[in-house]
Design a protein around this ligand. Structure first.
Ligand code: ZN
Length: 271
């Protein structure tokens, strides 16, 4: 491939990613409000002006209007540029890093749920069932459509179903008996992650997310203003969804390596 062909392909993927990221930003805005994700057309949340095709060009409003509405100059939610930029980066980088088409497909599909769920959870401490259930169905559907010809449908789907149960059941128990600490949204989200990564991948996700959430909570506790927080760690609320999402992305990408390291560690522990 010549360097100009390479630039065209990478630029195209970046643009495609930013358009998809713009749609994911719409999900973040509308799903918590129970609004339709297709109608009405995109509009300014301050003045209600319907946005034209040119207004929807990714990054335009950030480059030319410094993140303000063209019509009323109200500041635009930074979530739009976060989702546009992260998705554009992901679309353009993954084909370079991972030549395996099945892994790219799984990653792009998983990310398309992980990003909006994380942004919604950070903002409103919720993981809407509409998104987590759709993610679970997507995980099952992708596993189903990418089965090897030698695999039976039932045998091939079993890891996905077991992955769901491995993720859902423990957090569901926790959410039932300790609702202050864990929500049903977390249980459905880890279950949905399980449909992508299977039972072992689900345990790896739970381990990685618990570890990173604990470290973040301790750091936040040390850095957080004790007076504002009434000096109590119980009032400090850090949503768990973004940690599950980040850990899920690592497992979708590096599951084979994690399995290998897990094997080496358990062998050395068992002597
Ligand atoms: Zn406006």
């Amino acid at each position: 491939m010549t360097s100009s062909e390479w630039i065209v392909i990478e630029g195209g993927l970046f643009l495609l990613g930013s358009i998809w990221g713009s749609f994911l930003g719409v999900l973040v805005d509308r799903i918590p409000k129970e609004e339709s994700i297709f109608l009405p057309r995109s509009h300014c949340n301050s003045c209600g002006h319907t946005l034209g095709a040119l207004d929807l060009v990714p990054f335009k409003v950030w480059i030319f209007n410094r993140g303000h509405c063209v019509y009323c100059a109200a500041p635009i939610d930074p979530q739009t540029i976060i989702s546009e930029f992260c998705t554009a980066l992901l679309f353009s980088a993954t084909p370079l890093l991972f030549p395996d088409i099945k892994r790219i497909l799984f990653l792009l599909a998983f990310f398309s749920f992980a990003l909006p769920l994380s942004l919604i959870d950070l903002r409103s401490h919720r993981l809407p069932h509409k998104l987590t259930w759709s993610a679970g169905l997507m995980g099952l559907a992708l596993t189903w459509t990418t089965l090897e010809p030698s695999q039976s449908h039932i045998g091939g789907l079993l890891p996905s179903v077991l992955g769901f149960l491995t993720g859902f059941l423990p957090l569901w128990l926790l959410a039932t008996f300790y609702p202050q600490g864990m929500g049903m949204g977390d249980a459905f989200w880890l279950g949905a992650i399980g449909t992508f990564v299977g039972p072992v991948g689900t345990l790896q996700t739970l381990l990685l997310s618990s570890f990173s959430a604990t470290i973040t909570s301790v750091l936040a506790l040390l850095l957080f203003d004790q007076k504002q927080n009434n000096g109590s760690w119980r009032t400090l609320k850090i949503p768990f969804g973004p940690f599950l999402s980040a850990a899920g992305i690592i497992v979708v990408l590096y599951q084979q390596d994690l399995n290998r390291w897990g094997g080496i560690i358990s062998q050395s522990l068992l002597g």
